[in-house]
Design a protein around this ligand. Structure first.
Ligand SMILES: Cc1cc2nc3c(=O)[nH]c(=O)nc-3n(C[C@H](O)[C@H](O)[C@H](O)COP(=O)(O)OP(=O)(O)OC[C@H]3O[C@@H](n4cnc5c(N)ncnc54)[C@H](O)[C@@H]3O)c2cc1C
Length: 240
């Protein structure tokens, strides 16, 4: 397949999604329709110098689902070093370049139960996948394990809870590894075998996807292996 070309995009808006995380909505600025993408795929975001030349680029998962909009894509970006600090300063109307979509971390076909494990900003591709999986006919069962330090840093928490209340086939299992508010009714601590077994009774019938830091992905693979999952054939991984 041809490599997607780098295109002119503009910032539609940018807002704080959670502590240390912002969402960027981007739309094509070249009069060409938005590219088609598959939930889970990512784009290369190119930030520009004042003269329009490319300053630097980084990969970001598309956090919106194709059905959300035919004109914009959304990215959920965790503020870390210089690149993301500059990206955070982008305002509506600013020019960027976008190349994509790329990647094979997508919803596996014919899965009847998807188990997703997200560490922090690793939620980004899952947000797109969950919305698409729940829209599919018939919708498949989705269990999401989502671990963050604090509730304030948990991007999309309210939305995930709403989806869980509305769709009986979607079970979000959110866990806080740091401070948990007194009225917190979710889980606490890291995602381990005990928590996993509490929420997934038949792992043999499930397909597993994990996304987060290298350490998180490795920990989850080890935990799933100990829980009897065939991680060679039944686990799909994306590392940020
Ligand atoms: C497939 C994939 C999907 C991802 N999806 C997400 C996501 O959805 N959300 C998310 O938050 N992260 C995501 N990441 C991580 C993301 O790509 C970056 O690694 C992360 O945002 C780095 O942030 P930073 O500010 O520390 O970058 P930096 O380390 O500051 O820089 C990143 C890039 O900019 C260049 N750069 C930095 N400073 C300068 C400079 N002064 N001059 C010239 N060039 C410079 C670097 O060479 C590098 O290429 C994803 C990664 C992958 C591989």
């Amino acid at each position: 397949m041809e490599t997607p070309s780098m295109r002119d995009f503009r910032v539609v808006n940018s807002f704080k999604l959670a502590d240390g995380i912002f969402e960027l909505a981007l739309a094509p600025a070249d009069q060409v329709p938005l590219f088609a993408f598959t939930p889970g795929q990512f784009v290369m975001l190119h930030l520009l110098n004042a003269d329009g030349s490319v300053w630097a680029k980084s990969a970001y998962s598309i956090s919106s689902a194709p059905a959300d909009s035919s004109e914009t894509i959304k990215l959920a970006i965790k503020i870390r070093g210089e690149f993301t600090q500059r990206a955070q300063q982008l305002k509506a109307g600013d020019a960027v370049k976008v190349q994509g979509p790329f990647g094979k971390f997508i919803l596996p076909k014919q899965a009847s139960h998807l188990v997703m494990l997200a560490g922090g900003i690793g939620i980004a591709p899952f947000r797109s996948m969950i919305r698409a999986a729940l829209d599919a006919q018939p919708a498949c069962q989705v269990t999401l394990f989502y671990s963050c330090k604090t509730l304030e840093s948990m991007a999309y928490y309210d939305e995930l809870m709403r989806l869980g209340a509305y769709h009986p086939e979607f079970k979000p299992v959110c866990s806080l590894t740091g401070y948990a508010p007194q009225d917190w009714t979710g889980e606490t601590g890291r995602i381990g075998a005990q928590l996993f077994q509490k929420h997934v009774s038949e792992p043999a019938n499930a397909t597993f996807l994990v996304c987060g830091s290298r350490e998180f992905v490795q920990d989850m693979a080890d935990m799933l292996k100990k829980s009897g999952v065939d991680i060679e054939h039944n686990l799909f991984k994306e590392m940020f």
